[in-house]
Design a protein around this ligand. Structure first.
Ligand code: SF4
Length: 167
C-alpha cells in the first residue's frame, strides 16, 4: 500500500530493524523509479539508483520520505562538475509538485513533502499502468528523458531494473 491511509502510512518514528530501508526522494523521482533502466547522469548517480532498485527488489517494498528539492539521488551529483546540473532549478520543484499531485490523485491519497510512506511492488505496478496511459505524466513534461521513458513504458517496462512482479 501507499500513502497516508491509516493502515498504509508509516511514520519514520514507527520503523524498526525489520522495516525496509528509508530513502529520501523528491516528487518527480517517484516517476523515474518506474522506468529506470540503469542509465543516469553520472556513475555515482547510477550507482545510487541501482542500490535503491536492489533494495526494492529485495524487500519487495521501500520506505520513502518525500523531500523538497535535492534528494538522495541529487546528492550524488556535484553541481560544479555535472553537465547541465539542474537539481536546484525552480522548474524541477514545480515538476515535483505536479508529480505528487498526479500520483496522489491516482492512488486516492495525499502525498506531501516531509511525509513518509511505503511503496510496494504492487503499487509500483499500478503506477506503471497509469504512467503508460499518460495519467500521471504531467510532471514529465519538458524532461530531456521524455521520449526514452515513453519508449520504456510502451515496451511494457522491459529491462527496467525494478521488479514488475505484483505482490
Ligand atoms: S520523463 Fe523524466 S521525469 Fe518522467 S520518468 Fe522519465 S526521467 Fe523521470
Amino acid at each position: 500500500m501507499f500513502g497516508q491511509n491509516k493502515q498504509s502510512s508509516i511514520r519514520l518514528s514507527a520503523m524498526n530493524e525489520n522495516s525496509p530501508p528509508i530513502i529520501r526522494l523528491r516528487g518527480h523521482h517517484l516517476l523515474c523509479l518506474l522506468t529506470w533502466r540503469g542509465v543516469g547522469y553520472t556513475p555515482k548517480f547510477t550507482e545510487k539508483f541501482g542500490t535503491i532498485a536492489s533494495q526494492i527488489n529485495t524487500y519487495k517494498q521501500i520506505s520513502i520520505h518525500i523531500v523538497k528539492g535535492k534528494d538522495d539521488l541529487c546528492c550524488t551529483l556535484d553541481p560544479d562538475t555535472t553537465l547541465d546540473y539542474h537539481c536546484d532549478n525552480q522548474s524541477n520543484l514545480e515538476r515535483d509538485q505536479i508529480a505528487l499531485q498526479d500520483i496522489s490523485t491516482h492512488l486516492s491519497t495525499s502525498l506531501r513533502i516531509d511525509h513518509s510512506f511505503i511503496l510496494t511492488l504492487r503499487t509500483l505496478h499500478k503506477l506503471r499502468e497509469a504512467f503508460k496511459q499518460g495519467v500521471i505524466r504531467r510532471g514529465c513534461q519538458g524532461c530531456e528523458w521524455y521520449k526514452f521513458c515513453t519508449d520504456v513504458a510502451n515496451n511494457a517496462f522491459q529491462d527496467t531494473h525494478i521488479n514488475q512482479e505484483k505482490t
